[in-house]
Design a protein around this ligand. Structure first.
Ligand code: ZN
Length: 160
């Protein structure tokens, strides 16, 4: 059985950046399970998994445009302190949920100067090349319910 659209796929993976630092890994935890062809995982990884079979091991380098996008300077914005009403002490590194006009996103405070708060709404991995070491653990056809929901259920999947 090969990985194609509407297959429920389980993989183990280790994600490193260009500097070889491990950013994330499923090793030692439950395998990651996802529904193929539905955008559950980043485009570049989904493309690399197409037609793979159980037991396949591979390494893939994914450029930012197929990962979390290029770093977008326009997502770095200076906001007025009054927008943070209810927050006593605003410090670099703090994260907030916000809507900066492009839908809901997580913003990170990167600088505080008086009443001017500089925030970054880029994904933390925006602009980074991602290197995935992957092993395909399991493949099965997704159920009609899973396909309707756009994600898989059960072990390693969403809970309802
Ligand atoms: Zn569901």
């Amino acid at each position: 059985m090969q990985i194609t659209d509407k297959m429920a796929v389980s993989i183990h993976y280790t994600l490193t950046n260009d500097q070889g630092e491990v950013l994330d890994s499923s090793i030692g935890n439950e395998a990651l399970s996802y529904l193929h062809g539905m955008g559950n995982i980043i485009t570049g990884l989904e493309q690399a998994l197409l037609n793979k079979v159980v037991g396949d091991k591979f390494k893939v380098r994914i450029e930012p445009e197929d990962g979390y996008g290029a770093f977008d300077e326009s997502k770095v914005q200076v906001l007025a302190r009054e927008l943070f009403s209810g927050v006593d002490a605003i410090e670099p590194g703090m994260q907030f949920h916000a809507d900066l006009g492009e839908g809901h996103s997580v913003i990170t405070v990167i600088n505080v100067e008086g009443d001017e708060i500089t925030v970054d709404a880029n994904h933390p991995l925006a602009g980074e090349a991602l290197i995935f070491d992957v092993e395909v653990m399991a493949i099965r056809p997704a159920s009609a319910e899973e396909i309707a929901h756009g994600h898989i259920h059960g072990e390693g999947g969403h809970h309802h």
